[in-house]
Design a binder for this molecule. Structure first.
Ligand code: NAG
Ligand code: NAG
Ligand code: NAG
Ligand code: NAG
Ligand code: NAG
Ligand code: NAG
Ligand code: NAG
Ligand code: NAG
Ligand code: NAG
Ligand code: NAG
Ligand code: NAG
Ligand code: NAG
Length: 586
């Protein structure tokens, strides 16, 4: 039993062969070269235990087998043995492998995908470095560990190398001690080594700059610091054509500036700098990144003011994503990040749109800083905006009516500010809105169907903690199916709102302190999906529906305290394990 059969016993135990095509050979009429077919069959027959994943590997013509692709002279040029995540978790015994050469018989192989299988911490076999025709090698999400073999430096035809680790931050990781072999990969245009640790290697920039065609570079979570990407000028003639760079989560930059070595990379379209704990201002030379489309800056401690940041991007006309929240906006909650001492952006929005800033913007996320002042009227000019997250700041004044012009807007989150005035009726024209969250402000006035009658895609309605009075007719039939309703501490002042009866997909219902009176209607038992229900601090009377526990099997939090409910706790609630259950007066 040789090295190859063991690899593939491991592999095929988990095999899901997909037909992702790299070469254009599906209509090939030629049949398999005999020697190559035999090599594949030898491999198949040497498999221990199983071969069901390769059940189509029979018959003379290997070019017809699943995952095997030939060119029109019958040579195998592509082996696509990509697995899937569910196979990833199946346990397989790790094996130490010895050299074997059946794969080397496939001399014309240009494409090899072994990604998404669990190799159980095995080292990457050296012989891959002898497969000189390879243009595509994908070993990502495959739980390899140990040193990446320098033998891969022989693959001078390689255009795509994907070693993306599945699970970084663990002991059994891939690492590189000497990066010099990478400079031999002169055809490379796509390099993803995220999770691979670069330790004490020094000349990373020089090596990367020697790759003339590199456009995509993923160095996410590689343990990098200023010795790898220095804060001084470097020769970056070739790196100047890089289009994609991911440097996120490299904690070695903590407390320092964005390295100047990036300054000449003016072709960048995508730049990820999330989670590096940089402590500095955003450098002016970011203004030279005129091709930027997506910029991710969250989880750093930049001390720029908002107006200076925006003016830097006055000539970045294609920017679609500007993301720098200090808090995560996830699952409809604001989740504080690790470091509460983080510096925050201060300042205000500039009075006028600088240059072409924002004309292509689709996502603007400034969640959780100290930005104050008014929301400018020009926000309504950012006509491609889909996601606007301004929650957790110090904005004051009223919501500009111009927001009603943002016809592409899907999510509007302006919670936790000091906004006053009324909710402009024109927000009801945002026909694509999924999320409307204006909670925890000082908004006033009435909130009626006028806002909601056209919002047929709405999933989240959060208006809690404002001086608002809901005036929704009892026979109103909403156009939407909501998942999240938060109307805490606003005035409803009626019996349990009838229109809720139409909402069959509710996950969270918060109507606490909303002046609701009367009994809980039996139709609430149809809301089977609810996980969080808060009806506390109202004037609810009568007994609870007897089946409330059994009808709402997903419920994890139920708050009914400070009402006028009488009778006993229904037995259907007795054997339920809630994270929070409040019934009695607090
Ligand atoms: C393969 O042949 C089919 C039918 O003749 C044709 O529609 C298709 O475009 C061909 N595919 C390629 C990749 O040449
Ligand atoms: C599968 O392989 C293992 C390990 O080589 C062996 O112990 C076991 O008997 C084999 N099972 C079958 C059904 O062949
Ligand atoms: C993943 O692989 C497993 C086992 O081979 C298979 O049962 C499952 O259907 C596959 N899942 C997908 C989404 O392809
Ligand atoms: C490599 O494989 C992974 C997982 O199968 C896939 O997500 C990724 O896109 C592939 N990489 C390239 C460059 O095709
Ligand atoms: C990856 O391999 C290591 C070493 O054998 C093993 O401990 C770990 O469980 C594997 N990871 C997964 C997700 O199976
Ligand atoms: C690189 O290729 C040469 C010549 O084909 C071969 O002798 C050598 O063993 C290969 N090196 C590695 C590291 O695979
Ligand atoms: C890389 O190229 C250099 C010079 O061209 C050569 O000496 C060296 O052996 C190559 N390294 C590998 C790993 O192929
Ligand atoms: C800069 O790097 C390129 C590519 O590696 C190289 O050709 C050039 O000679 C270098 N220039 C200087 C001044 O070192
Ligand atoms: C940018 O490139 C110029 C000329 O190509 C070079 O002189 C300068 O040092 C580079 N700057 C940085 C920060 O690498
Ligand atoms: C931002 O922080 C850097 C580094 O701590 C400091 O040099 C700079 O003066 C600060 N800028 C502002 C505007 O506070
Ligand atoms: C709203 O707040 C602004 C600034 O805080 C204040 O000047 C204005 O009078 C307030 N308007 C209302 C209607 O309360
Ligand atoms: C709430 O709004 C009403 C008018 O809608 C106003 O009379 C009242 O003073 C406001 N209360 C607070 C606390 O601002």
């Amino acid at each position: 039993m040789g090295r190859f059969s063991t690899i593939f016993a491991v592999l095929v135990a988990l095999l899901l062969i997909q037909t992702v095509k790299y070469c254009d050979c599906e209509n090939s009429t030629s049949s398999c070269i005999q020697e190559e077919g035999e090599a594949l069959l030898k491999f198949k027959h040497s498999l221990r235990n199983i071969s069901h994943g390769l059940s189509s590997w029979k018959g003379k013509d290997c070019c017809q087998w699943k995952g095997v692709f030939c060119d029109n002279t019958g040579h195998v040029v592509e082996l696509d043995l990509r697995g899937n995540f569910s196979s990833y978790y199946k346990p397989v015994a790790p094996e130490i492998l010895e050299e074997n050469s059946w794969l080397l018989k496939l001399k014309y192989l240009t494409y090899l995908d072994l990604s998404n299988h669990n190799f159980q911490g095995m080292i990457i076999p050296n012989f891959l470095g002898s497969m000189k025709s390879l243009a595509y090698l994908n070993l990502s999400y495959a739980n390899f560990s140990g040193e990446v073999p320098y033998h891969l430096g022989n693959l001078t035809a390689l255009q795509v190398l994907d070693l993306h680790m599945y699970d970084y931050g663990r002991g059994d990781q891939l690492y590189v001690n000497d990066v010099n072999w990478i400079s031999n990969l002169s055809s490379l245009h796509y390099l993803d080594v995220s999770g691979v640790q670069f330790g004490g290697t020094r000349n990373l920039m020089q090596v990367l700059n020697s790759l003339p065609s590199l456009t995509h570079l993923d160095l996410h979570e590689c343990g990098l610091n200023y010795s790898h990407i220095p804060n001084h000028p470097v020769n970056s003639t070739h790196l100047a054509t890089l289009q994609f760079l991911d440097l996120s989560n490299n904690y070695g930059f903590s407390g320092g500036p964005i390295p100047i070595a990036l300054r000449n990379m003016t072709s960048l379209r995508v730049l990820h700098l999330t989670g590096n704990s940089f402590e500095s201002s955003i450098p002016d030379w970011f203004g030279n990144f005129k091709s930027l489309v997506h910029l991710y800056l969250s989880q750093n401690q930049f001390n720029s003011t908002l107006d200076s940041l925006i003016s830097i991007f006055g000539n970045t006309c294609q920017l679609k994503t500007l993301q720098l929240p200090l808090l995560f906006h996830s699952a409809y909650e604001l989740v504080p990040m690790d470091y509460l001492i983080a510096k925050k952006f201060q300042g205000e929005f500039p009075g006028n749109l600088p240059g072409c800033f924002g004309l292509a913007l689709e996502t603007l996320d400034l969640t959780g800083h100290y930005i104050g002042g008014a929301l400018p009227y020009w926000l309504g000019e950012l006509k491609f905006l889909k996601y606007l997250y301004l929650g957790g700041n110090a904005f004051s004044g009223s919501i500009p009516t111009s927001l009603g012009k943002l016809s592409n807007l899907r999510e509007l989150v302006i919670k936790n500010n000091q906004l006053n005035g009324t909710i402009p009726n024109c927000l009801g024209q945002l026909l694509n809105l999924r999320v409307l969250d204006v909670s925890f402000n000082s908004l006033q006035g009435t909130f009626s169907e006028v806002f909601l009658d056209n919002l047929s895609f709405l999933k989240e309605l959060s208006i809690s903690h404002n001086n608002l009075t809901a005036e929704l007719k009892t026979n109103w039939i909403p156009p939407f199916q909501l998942e999240y309703i938060e109307m805490e501490a606003i005035k409803i002042g009626t019996q349990f709102p009838q229109w809720l009866q139409t909402q069959k997909q509710l996950i969270k219902l918060d109507l606490s302190d909303a002046s609701i009176w009367g009994v809980i209607p039996n139709w609430i038992l149809h809301m089977h999906l609810i996980t969080h229900m808060n009806l506390s601090y109202n004037h609810i009377t009568g007994p609870l529906p007897e089946n409330i526990g059994s009808s709402m099997p997903s419920m994890v939090s139920l708050l009914l305290n400070n009402n006028l409910i009488n009778g006993s706790i229904p037995s259907s609630l007795c054997n339920r394990a809630f994270a929070i259950f409040r019934f009695f007066k607090q």
